[in-house]
Design a binder for this molecule. Structure first.
Ligand SMILES: CC(C)(COP(=O)(O)OP(=O)(O)OC[C@H]1O[C@@H](n2cnc3c(N)ncnc32)[C@H](O)[C@@H]1OP(=O)(O)O)[C@@H](O)C(=O)NCCC(=O)NCCS
Length: 255
């Protein structure tokens, strides 16, 4: 993937413009508890998003959900020149959200304390973020990774295994999210291969390189590990920070 990276993670513009082939990644900080900002952002969500928040038993999860989805709406609204609360999402067969009547493709991923929104023209795009503070899941590699990927992990120095596992995992998840299939697509049916080009990876399946797909590892603030996959060669990959303060917020009822 050829890409030019702007000054990383500076505050994102209010009126971003995307040209064909551009990919923007927005980093959102998620709160660890419900706060006054959540009260206000809750009003940007549609009924379904609000109901999902209400059904979450832990206030911390409610808060993360509200900020992630309000952030997603605000980010997309900035590109489309639309109010965040006016966006109407549709959902693909396997759960991938999309907006009808626009070429803008997007993907959301969240983990403890942080979320990423990837925005791209054209699509599709998939993004995944994981926190390295979570439990070590590298034992899953034998079950979910290709034989070659699992072998790479077996020959990795023990102290590097958790982070290498997350690198593979986020690249793989970003691909199945770009496909829109999520985990219904077996993760061991395809393979991530890293190249000499820094932070770039290829997708291989059935013994063939899938040239149309471009995977990029993201340089994220620790403890986050993330990757984005797009089905075009990006011209630019820009990284922005989203802050809730810049959203025009109506005051509406809390969950
Ligand atoms: C999509 C999936 C890979 C997400 O993985 P995850 O690491 O748990 O979660 P992430 O935070 O990275 O991504 C979640 C977001 O991805 C998006 N998403 C959901 N399904 C998606 C799909 N099929 N493709 C792409 N994106 C999807 C949503 O925006 C979701 O956010 P939300 O849950 O807050 O609405 C996984 O949950 C999944 O595959 N779900 C579908 C399960 C499935 O395939 N069932 C079989 C149906 S036949």
């Amino acid at each position: 993937m050829s890409s030019r990276i702007t000054r990383p993670w500076s505050d994102g513009p209010q009126h971003p413009r995307l040209a064909d082939g551009d990919v923007d990644i927005w980093h959102l900080t998620l709160p660890s508890s419900w706060n006054s900002s959540c009260d206000e952002l809750f009003g940007l969500l549609d009924q379904r998003e609000q109901d999902r928040a209400r059904q979450m038993p832990r206030p911390a999860d409610q808060a993360s959900h509200v900020v992630a989805h309000a952030g997603l709406r605000d980010v997309l609204g900035r590109y489309l020149g639309a109010a965040p609360q006016s966006l109407r999402f549709s959902t693909g067969r396997h759960g991938k959200p999309y907006l009808a009547d626009t070429r803008l493709s997007f993907s959301l991923s969240h983990t403890t304390g942080g979320a990423l929104v990837a925005v791209s023209i054209p699509g599709p795009v998939g993004v995944d973020v994981e926190s390295a503070t979570g439990p070590d899941r590298s034992a899953l590699a034998d079950r979910f990774f290709s034989p070659r990927e699992a072998q790479v992990l077996r020959t990795t120095p023990e102290s590097d295994v958790p982070s290498r596992f997350l690198t593979y995992w986020t690249c793989k998840e970003s691909f199945v999210k770009a496909l829109g299939l999520g985990l219904s697509h077996p993760l061991n049916r395809f393979e991530i291969r890293f190249t000499d080009a820094p932070r770039q990876a290829e997708i291989w399946s059935a013994g063939r390189r899938r040239d149309e797909w471009h995977v990029r590892q993201l340089e994220l603030p620790p403890p986050y590990v993330g990757a984005v996959t797009v089905r075009h060669r990006p011209r630019h990959l820009r990284t922005w920070t989203w802050r809730p303060q810049s959203v025009a917020r109506p005051a509406l009822p809390t969950p």
